[in-house]
Design a protein around this ligand. Sequence first.
Ligand code: F6P
Length: 560
Amino acid sequence: MNSSPVDATTTTAWNKLAAHAVNFTPDLRGWFAAEPQRAQDLTFQIADLHVDLSKNLLTAETRSLLTRLADEVGLRERIEAMFTGEHINVTEDRAVLHTALRRPAGASPALHVDGQDVDTDVQAELAKVFAFADKVRTGEWKGSTGERIKTVVNIGIGGSDLGPVMAYEALKPYVQAGLEARFISNIDPTDLAETLHDLDPRTTLFIIASKTFTTLETLTNARLAREWLWRELVASGSEIKDDDARRAAVARHFVAVSTALDKVADFGIDPANAFGFWDWVGGRYSVDSAIGTSLAITIGPENFRQFLSGFHAVDEHFRTAPWSENVPALMGLLNVWYTNFLGAHTHAVLPYAQYLHRFPAYLQQLTMESNGKSVRWDGSKVNMETGEIWWGEPGTNGQHAFYQLIHQGTRLVPVDFIAVANPAHPLQDGEADVHELFLANFFAQSKALAFGKTADEVRAEGTDEAIVPARVFSGNRPSTSIMAPELSPAVLGQLIALYEHITFVQGAVWGIDSFDQWGVELGKELAQQITPAVSGDAQALKEQDASTRALIDYYRAQRR
Ligand code: F6P
């Protein structure tokens, strides 16, 4: 499977898609008029997700060529290779098994990979996380002064932060009363200072989340948090006189999540209070592993199980559904169509659900750390565009900011809209149901993008001829609408798995290893080299390029 990727550009489907693109004239108005079944034909139900692809720029021919492309690049085999634990993360020589994290207990046939009984290990670790979560939730777990925990502070970055914070924010209505989670990720000391300033150390539990347990930001923040704990406990009346007392405080207020449990012990956290996962879980695919401990504590094991079951439902769909109705495959292939044939550079995700306000940020790591690559998994250079820039903000805020460009700009920006039918907070404004006012915007935006407004329609409104051009909407701007009954833990799991697999499909077509992230390394190395120069080491400063040296000089001159 890992020998050499198929060069997609050499396939028949790719070449036919290229020819198809040359004469491609999107006409959503015409297509909807000519095909009364279009909305139904292109709307799919996947678990609780209702996904309408009909306002995308595709004809029956586009769809058939895209699914042929999937076959020609070996997408089916690649999916099986992932699910069965082949080492498709080639540059790190690892299996890619986040799908194993959400297999139900007792799933059959059992999954054994590289000599590991994966199912047994996953269930055992989950049981450990859940037992701990229950102890915190019931108050059985106490801080060093005997008080129950009220605030869980997750310290992590990248995949050890974005997933947990996004999911916590999304599932706030499920959080147990009297518990809250906070998140520290940035090494900017402001992040820690602002997050901790009003916390009571006696009721605070830190979760140090780091797959490698070497990440500079996380370890620095963990040390600062430990200092804060000792200092603030003393300030609130505890006696912490010696190392034993310090260790005892850490034992009640610090737990860790990592694949490197030896390093956790070196930090001073009792391995009994550490939760593990495995190198076959990529950081950005890890929210459903022990990395989700902050979530398991706050929403509880039962809701966390629902979350996992949501992922699993989409995994099964992705693995088994034919391309014609395989939603992650179709959405991933559409993204290839837009990126490689219609010239799109970015993709917007616009949730009409305030609780999903961190979802676009989460997707940025998932998609861009996965597919922002210029070489294929065999080291050869790619010969097509890869990885779009993913971005977004919740509606309706975005409408009053950047939607102008999406509606009338010169660039093609495919959009995914996400909304739920039932709000967590049903409110009335007089006679009006505010969620309905909100959703009217959700429905209106995809309609406006797809069908636009012609010059004649603008004129018919009595618009002054001079400003008619400015008020025309071209239409034919593609969007996908995703709806669900409500933002439950299961639905959130389904949404995440949907985008994980969309990302996978694109990576498979482009022939890239979507599971490594070497592009983040150089900056980290240079930061280490530059640190002495920033602190005043003349030799280290001399070794810098002229621009960097001047910037550091400026900093040193300004710093009080
Ligand atoms: O720097 C990128 C990265 O390696 C991400 O892939 C990862 O999610 C993040 O850093 C945090 O890494 P860790 O969980 O090992 O601290």
